[in-house]
Design a protein around this ligand. Sequence first.
Ligand SMILES: [Zn+2]
Length: 446
Amino acid sequence: MDETINAGGKLVCPGFVNTHVHASSQASEKIIADAGRPELMNCGFLNYLPVKGRDNQFSMLDLESPQVGGLFSLVNLLKSGSTTMVEMGGELGGRGGIEQFVHLCGEVGIRAYLSPGYGAGHWYYDSDTRLKSYWDEEGSLSDLRRARDFIKEYDGAYQGRIKGMLFPVETATSTPRLLEETRKAADDLGVGISIHNSETLLEFNQIVQTHGVTPVEYLWNCGLLGPDVILGHCLFTSVHSATTYSGGRDLELLAESGVTVAHSPLVFARRGMALESFQRYLNAGINMAMGTDTYPQDIIGEMRLASLVCKIVERDYFTGSSRDVFNAATLGGARGLGREDLGRLAPGAKADILIIDLQRPHFGGVKDPIRALVNCAVGDDVERVIVDGKTVVKDGRVVGVDQDRLMREVQAESEKIWAGFQQWDQQERSVDELSPPSFEFVDDLP
Ligand SMILES: [Zn+2]
């Protein structure tokens, strides 16, 4: 049945294409805010992602319920306007979580690019509490076959909203053979590829030391790069001041190969780091897209930070314009996925539409709705979200989801994960030792 919506005074725009997501409760990520291991050179995820010991494969992720963490992420993504998402390998809940997640995505109505991720290198903390890795290339090739089977089974499910994509999760844990087999499989299946690249200074140094090239050159040499590839982050490239790399050509290779960079400024800002810079990459001819990575899953917040951090890095307020970050969150992401029918409102495009209320007090007078959005909006200003012509968020709430109950479950789930931290940590610290409360909790006021 047709419905007439009065959106007077509101912004009607295409749904955002979120090209980098880790769906989970985010409980593990939250304990390293203002904390973590200095020897990781400001890296966040290696604080909690490795398993406890090569022989004791216990992972913090094993404590996650894909049902609770997955639904929590989907609610946040949809509520703040991400109508399409790329999940970076479905590590939630360890193996098997992705099969549950595909149905959650189908039921809440989001568009999702999914398959189980894989890697030949595996991170662990040894009994001496040092970060180490072991390699299992045969295992990763078997995981690639599992990803192919997953894609054959689910690509096109839920009226075409579920799509396959391959995720050799990290450049640092991929062998040349694994990357070559990934390229072959992607061509064979007709799907894209996404991989973290130039994400950490450790990775940059490791690839330079092991292969004598930068992480971007490494993927280029293995024949992986192309217009169907989305690279997560691409921050520590040859142009970044922290890599001190002379004569590099990373930006030229990224532009020439036609890859897309998924830019997630918030997770890096939290660790004191920044892309150098959004504008420099754009000017080099690289297709830029946006992603929310971990938390909060608010792509409007990411757009604002992308704009602000770019201006700070460049010391130039003409850079990182609202128009360019908005284009990254819409057309840039769509281009990375090879989808001319997403990221725009036009004849032939999918009916993925947002209605954003610009009449709330924090906007004040609105002259330019895109600048108002990027500079003043928060995810909660998204009033209605339509995916494929169907309303999935109405009055700021995801249709068919009991959000109050979900938030109680997320709190309980997070407390379970925090309680399990000591069991995982090789140093046997309590979660409060790692992450002391900002202020002391007291039982009674004097
Ligand atoms: Zn990531």
